[in-house]
Write a protein of this length. Structure first.
Length: 673
C-alpha cells in the first residue's frame, strides 16, 4: 500500500523530445538546445521529466513501436493531435503509457468497454513491476458499478442518481460523511474492484472516492461519456486543460459523440410526466396535447423535419412557445421529486426528461441537427433530435487538451475519418503491423455479390458452397459475418435446405465443423460463444455465424485457435433507405462535396475491418480472411493495411471452378511457428 500522489521533485535529467538524447541538468542550464539534433529542450513539471521511455517499456521494442512512440512524443511536445492506425497486438497501450508517463503531465485514457479499462490498468501494473516505479491510476465509473448503498443498488441508472443526490442532500447516506478527506494507504492503482473493496473497508462511497483520487493520480481511465458529455465533465470536475488525452478504440468517436449530443422524446415519457404533474395538483394539459400530437405522427411513416419545423410543430401542439413552457414547468420538478420521496419512491422526474429535450431543441447549432418522427424498438412513437456533426463533440475535447492521441486498429480510410470528426489538420499515420506478413492471408472472391438485386437463392447457395470448400483450409475455429440478422438467417436456412449445413445426432455441422449461430440477447450469446470456443480448439473445429456491428464483431476477442479463418459475406453498408442515413449523407455533402458518399462507404468498411480484427489479437496470431463480395476488390484500398498480409489473392469463382477447389499447398497456407 502507498499513498497516491503526483511527483513534484526537480528533474535529474532532460530527454530530448526529438532524438531521445539525455542531458544532465548542468548541460541543460548551460545551453537549452540538444547537443545531438539542436532541438529546443523544454523543462517539464515533474521529477519524471528526465526519465527515458525505454526505462519503462517492459519489453524489447519493435521498430514499428519505436516509430509510433517517437510520433506520440512529437505530437504531445507540440500540443497537437495524432490519429494513428495500428493493428491489434501492436502494443499501442503499453507504448503510449511508457512514453507519456515521463512527461509528468496527467493522462486521461478514454476507452469504450470495461475489458479495455482492465487492460489499461494491467499494462500500468506491468510498467510498475518492470521499472520499480509506482505510477498511479484510477478508473472513473458510474454509480451503477460503484455504489455500495443497498438503497440504490439495483435501481435503474437515472433513479439511482436521483436517490443518491437526495440521500446526500439530507445527510442520510452513511458512506459520504467523510468523503471530503482523502484517506491514506490506498493502493496505487484503483480499478473498480479496488474502489469497491476500499469503500466497504473504510465505509466510504467508492464513486465519490474515485472523484477525490482523480485529482492526484498519474492516469485517469474513463469511459467515453466522461470525455464527450460536457455535463458529466462539469459534474465530476474532470478538467481536460493541461492534460494529455488518449482516445483508445477511437474509430467510433464520431458516432459516440453524436449519440451523446442527441436526445429522444417518447409518448411514454410524456404520459409519465402528465401523471406527475397531476399528482402535485397541476394541470397536465400541455403534456396531453403533445402526447396526442406524437400519437398522431406515429401513425404516419417516419418523417424528417428541420429543427425550426419541429419546434414550430411542438409549439403548435402545446399552444405556447417552448421557452415559456420551460420557465413555467422547471419549478415543478423539485415538487415532483419531493412527492416521490414522501411516497418512498426514487426521486426521478419524467418531466425533467421533457425539459431536457426542449432545452436541447432551444440551444444553438440548429443547422447541425435534424428531427425525426419515428417509432422505437417496441413500436411506440418517438421524436428523435439527432446531432449530424461529430465535430460538435470532438472539437471542444481536442481544443481543451494539451495533446491528443486518437488510436485504433480500424481508422481506414484515415483521411476521410479525420474530415468527418473535423480534424483535417491532425497528424495522420498508418503503422505497419508487428506480425510477419506471411501470418495473414486474404482471398477476395469477385465471383459473388450480396447487393439487394443479386441476393438470389442461387447466389446465396453459391456463397455457401464456397465457404464450405474453403473451410477445408481452416483447421480450428472460423467466424462468418453477415450484413444483417435477417440475411444471416436466410442464408442458414437455405444452406440447410441445400445440404451445405447438415444435421447429425441433433447437432449442426458445416464441412465437419460444429455449427453455431450467435445469440439474440447478451446472456444467450455468452452461452453460444462459450460452447463455440470450447469446440473451436478440438479436432475438426467449429464455425460461428455473427452479424456485422453485432455482439461479436467489436469488443469480443477470439484469439489463437478460436478464429483461424474469417469469412465476410457481403459489405455492411448502412440501410440507404433509413431517413437518418440520408440526412447524414446530405449534411456531410453540404459541408464538402462528396464527403457524404465517402462517409457512407467508410462506415461500411470500418465495420468490416472491425470484424477482421477479431482474428488477430497478438503478435504471434495468424488468420486467413475470405472476402465474399466483389465490392471488396473494387474498394480494396479501404481495407486496413494490416489485414492484407503480402497482398490479397483474387478469385472469380464460377460453378465450374467451384468443383475444382483444392486444399491450399503447404506454402500457401499459414503455418503456426
Amino acid at each position: 500500500m502507498v499513498n497516491i500522489c503526483m511527483g513534484t521533485a526537480m528533474a535529474s535529467s532532460i530527454e530530448c523530445p526529438q532524438c531521445g538524447k539525455i542531458h544532465t541538468i548542468d548541460e541543460y542550464n548551460e545551453d537549452r538546445f540538444c547537443r545531438e539534433c539542436k532541438t529546443y529542450l523544454k523543462t517539464l513539471p515533474s521529477g519524471e521529466a528526465g526519465k527515458s521511455w525505454r526505462a519503462l517499456f517492459p519489453y524489447e521494442p519493435y521498430p514499428q513501436q519505436v516509430e509510433f512512440i517517437d510520433d506520440v512524443k512529437d505530437t504531445v511536445a507540440k500540443g497537437g493531435v495524432l490519429i494513428a492506425e495500428a493493428c491489434n497486438g501492436f502494443g499501442k497501450t503499453i507504448s503510449t503509457l511508457s512514453c507519456l508517463l515521463p512527461t509528468g503531465k496527467q493522462i486521461i485514457y478514454a476507452t469504450r468497454t470495461h475489458e479495455q479499462v482492465r487492460q489499461v490498468l494491467l499494462e500500468l501494473e506491468t510498467i510498475n513491476e518492470k521499472s520499480g516505479e509506482k505510477y498511479s491510476a484510477v478508473n472513473l465509473a458510474s454509480r451503477n458499478f460503484l455504489c455500495i448503498n443497498p438503497d440504490c443498488r439495483g435501481l435503474p441508472s437515472n433513479e439511482a442518481q436521483e436517490l443518491c443526490h437526495s440521500l446526500r442532500k439530507d445527510g442520510e447516506c452513511p458512506y459520504t460523511h467523510e468523503i471530503e478527506r482523502l484517506p491514506s494507504g490506498l493502493p496505487v492503482i484503483m480499478g473498480r474492484k479496488q474502489l469497491i473493496k476500499e469503500g466497504k473497508r473504510r465505509n466510504l462511497c467508492p464513486y465519490y472516492l474515485s472523484r477525490q483520487i482523480m485529482q492526484k493520480v498519474d492516469i485517469i481511465v474513463a469511459p467515453y461519456p466522461y470525455i464527450f458529455n460536457p455535463m458529466i465533465r462539469l459534474m465530476t470536475g474532470l478538467d481536460l486543460e493541461s492534460k494529455i488525452l488518449i482516445l483508445d478504440e477511437g474509430h467510433n468517436i464520431d458516432q459516440v459523440g453524436q449519440d451523446i449530443l442527441s436526445d429522444t422524446l417518447s409518448e411514454r415519457v410524456l404520459s409519465a410526466a402528465a401523471e406527475e404533474i397531476r399528482l402535485i395538483g397541476k394541470s397536465p394539459r400541455y403534456m396531453h396535447r403533445l402526447g396526442e400530437h406524437l400519437l398522431k405522427r406515429g401513425e404516419e411513416k417516419p418523417r424528417l423535419v428541420a429543427p425550426s419545423v419541429l419546434e414550430e410543430e411542438i409549439e403548435k401542439a402545446l399552444r405556447t412557445d417552448i421557452h415559456t413552457f420551460i420557465e413555467g414547468h422547471a419549478p415543478l420538478v423539485e415538487s415532483i421529486k419531493a412527492m416521490k420521496v414522501k411516497n418512498n419512491n426514487p426521486p426521478v422526474s419524467s418531466l425533467n426528461g421533457v425539459l431536457t429535450f426542449f432545452e436541447l431543441l432551444e440551444s444553438s447549432h440548429k443547422g447541425k441537427y435534424v428531427g425525426l418522427y419515428t417509432k422505437n424498438y417496441y413500436g411506440a412513437p418517438v421524436i428523435e433530435y439527432r446531432c449530424l456533426d461529430p465535430s460538435l463533440a470532438v472539437e471542444p475535447v481536442v481544443k481543451g487538451s494539451d495533446g491528443v492521441l486518437i488510436m485504433s486498429g480500424t481508422l481506414s480510410p484515415i483521411d476521410t475519418f479525420s474530415e468527418i470528426i473535423g480534424q483535417e489538420k491532425a497528424e495522420k499515420k498508418v503503422y505497419p503491423p508487428i506480425q510477419k506478413s506471411n501470418r495473414i492471408k486474404m482471398t477476395i472472391e469477385k465471383g459473388v455479390s450480396s447487393t439487394y438485386r443479386e441476393r438470389t437463392d442461387q447466389m446465396i447457395t453459391k456463397m455457401g458452397r464456397i465457404i464450405s470448400k474453403d473451410l477445408e483450409n481452416v483447421k480450428q475455429g472460423a467466424l462468418i459475418f453477415f450484413t444483417q440478422r435477417g440475411f444471416m438467417n436466410k442464408c442458414i436456412n437455405l444452406w440447410t435446405k441445400k445440404g451445405i449445413i447438415q444435421r447429425r445426432r441433433g447437432l449442426n455441422f458445416m464441412n465437419e465443423k460444429r455449427f453455431f449461430r450467435e445469440g439474440r440477447d447478451a446472456s444467450q450469446n455468452r452461452e453460444v460463444v462459450k460452447r463455440y470456443k470450447r469446440m473451436a480448439g478440438n479436432i475438426g473445429g467449429a464455425v460461428l455465424c455473427c452479424v456485422f456491428r453485432g455482439r461479436n464483431s467489436e469488443g469480443s476477442n477470439f484469439p489463437g485457435n478460436q478464429a483461424r479463418g474469417i469469412f465476410l459475406v457481403g459489405v455492411p453498408y448502412a440501410n440507404y433507405g433509413d431517413p437518418l442515413v440520408k440526412a447524414q449523407m446530405k449534411y456531410f455533402n453540404k459541408q464538402k462535396r462528396g464527403l457524404g458518399n465517402k462517409w457512407y462507404t467508410m462506415d461500411a468498411f470500418r465495420a468490416a475491418n472491425q470484424s477482421l480484427g477479431r482474428g488477430i489479437r497478438g503478435r504471434d496470431d495468424w488468420c486467413h480472411y475470405w472476402m465474399l463480395d466483389r465490392r471488396y476488390y473494387e474498394h480494396r484500398n479501404l481495407i486496413s493495411k494490416w489485414a492484407m498480409g503480402d497482398g490479397p489473392t483474387v478469385r472469380n469463382t464460377t460453378g465450374k471452378t467451384l468443383g475444382g477447389f483444392k486444399k491450399l499447398k503447404e506454402d500457401e497456407t499459414i503455418i503456426e511457428i
